[in-house]
Design a protein around this ligand. Structure first.
Ligand SMILES: [Zn+2]
Length: 134
């Protein structure tokens, strides 16, 4: 799997600069999604193991809570990793949430005549007085 992503990444690096950042994020999100799927599968297997272990212990009348607790902790650890990766993936999926304040500060329009930066919503250019067009 790592090789496949490596190849995709290489292909993107060769691509157009403007698109590379966004595509890089998409690859990153895809990578995280793959890791999440793998972790969820690990968790499922872990829970299955835990169930089987419990069953075997009860059946053979040799219940050892410590062994079960260890398995359980390993599953909790996996769940924690899943949460971390879900969070990371969400921040990649929705970068506008993270930088919305910044985006608002930088909301500007450019004068069609002189190219001066004007605050978004300005009707006339502050520099040359040309009527701004949307
Ligand atoms: Zn102007």
């Amino acid at each position: 799997m790592a090789d496949l992503f490596g190849k995709i990444k290489k292909g993107i690096d060769k691509g157009i600069n403007i698109a590379s950042q966004k595509s890089g994020e998409l690859v990153e999100a895809g990578k995280l999604q793959t890791q999440i799927m793998s972790l969820k599968s690990d968790r499922k297997n872990g829970i299955n193991d835990l169930g089987k272990l419990t069953y075997d212990m009860l059946k053979s009348d040799s219940f050892e809570l410590e062994i079960l607790e260890e398995k359980f902790k390993a599953i909790i650890e996996i769940e924690r990793e899943i949460e971390e990766k879900e969070e990371a993936k969400n921040s990649v999926d929705k970068p506008e949430q993270k930088s919305s304040d910044e985006a608002e500060e930088k909301a500007v329009i450019f004068c069609p005549n002189c190219g001066a930066e004007n605050p978004a919503g300005a009707v006339f250019c502050a520099k040359c007085g040309t009527k701004m067009t949307e």
